[in-house]
Design a binder for this molecule. Structure first.
Ligand code: 3PG
Length: 306
């Protein structure tokens, strides 16, 4: 019997687990659930016999791949796959996939939600500001960026975007102003919503130069990955600009320092929660399960990453 491990430190909503299991039951597969595990070794120890794995931000390391002797496919139920060692997957003949777009609206809603929360002085009741009429720059116009643009337009914001991999025409077809460079985007927009992946090129790329060029009331919103922001330069910027705000769904390593010195200008969710809605879990979970069945039964390699 084909065995599938669902390994999630941060569990899916119960409704999503039910739907995922339905997909595997129909295919005649066994589902094994490993949730909220405390140590990476718990994950490694659970993979010995399984044919397929579904993960979220769980770390699919070389050790995981090497220990999973029967593994044929691993699917990251989500967009970012910086948590999968793709080389180790390939070396072990394991197909790695993600489920792009399935949790994007949830992440976009959180980005806008954090902006409102901060603009209204963290719901303390003191006079805040509105989003209407303000400029927002969407840094990387992928699935999440597009949803942020739609919502921001609904709020009456002026929406700009920069994405070197997407044509300006297709960005402008959405009524969004496409700019030619990150420099231009940061210089133009009071709000920046980050949607770039974390890779060797992007890590630390959101630096002092870019952030210090932002207009008055600059607010950086990060629902992407903490590694893309240069933390040493971030601290320098907070010290130099008393109008700069940083809101992130992934607390930076320097979170304690920022919160103790600049509490009114930063906010970090207690746990990464952008994609943590029932709808996003159901969408991404069903997509992951279906991709596994389609790969095992029909060799369908749509969404293959390696
Ligand atoms: C993603 O890359 O899809 C998001 O960052 C969500 O990650 P999560 O599944 O760990 O919540």
């Amino acid at each position: 019997m084909t065995k599938v491990l669902i390994a999630t430190v941060k569990p899916f909503a119960k409704a999503a687990i039910t739907k995922i299991k339905e997909v595997f039951d129909k295919a005649g597969y066994e589902s094994i659930l490993l949730e909220k595990y405390a140590n990476q070794s718990d994950f490694v120890n659970a993979v010995g016999e399984v044919d397929a794995i579904i993960i979220r931000s769980d770390k699919a390391t070389k050790e995981v791949m090497d220990s999973a002797k029967n593994l044929k496919i691993i699917v990251r139920a989500g967009a970012g796959y910086d948590n999968i060692d793709l080389q180790a997957a390939t070396e072990n003949n394991v197909v790695a996939m993600n489920t792009p777009g399935q949790n994007s609206n949830a992440v976009a809603e959180l980005a806008i939600g954090m902006m409102i929360f901060n603009a209204r002085n963290k719901f303390t009741g003191s006079a805040g500001t509105e989003l209407k009429g303000k400029s927002i720059g969407i840094h990387a116009y992928g699935n999440v960026g597009r949803y942020v643009a739609i919502i921001a337009k609904g709020f009456g914001m002026r929406v700009y975007a920069f994405d070197p991999f997407i044509s300006k025409d297709s960005i402008e077809a959405d009524g969004v102003i496409a700019l030619d460079s990150a420099e231009e985007l940061y210089k133009t927009c009071q709000y920046i919503s980050l949607h770039i992946p974390a890779n060797e090129k992007t890590k630390g790329s959101i630096n002092f130069e870019l952030l210090s060029s932002m207009p008055k009331g600059a607010t950086l919103v990060n629902t992407a990955r903490k590694e893309v922001v240069h933390e040493v330069e971030l601290i320098k910027l907070f010290a130099e600009r008393d109008d700069f705000n940083y809101l992130s769904d992934i607390a930076p390593d320097c979170a304690d320092e920022l919160v103790s010195n600049y509490q009114s200008r930063c906010y970090f969710t207690p746990k990464k929660m952008g994609a943590q809605t029932s709808e996003a879990n159901i969408n991404a979970g069903i997509a992951a399960a279906t991709q596994i069945v389609n790969f095992i039964e029909k060799g369908d390699t749509s969404f293959k990453l390696n």
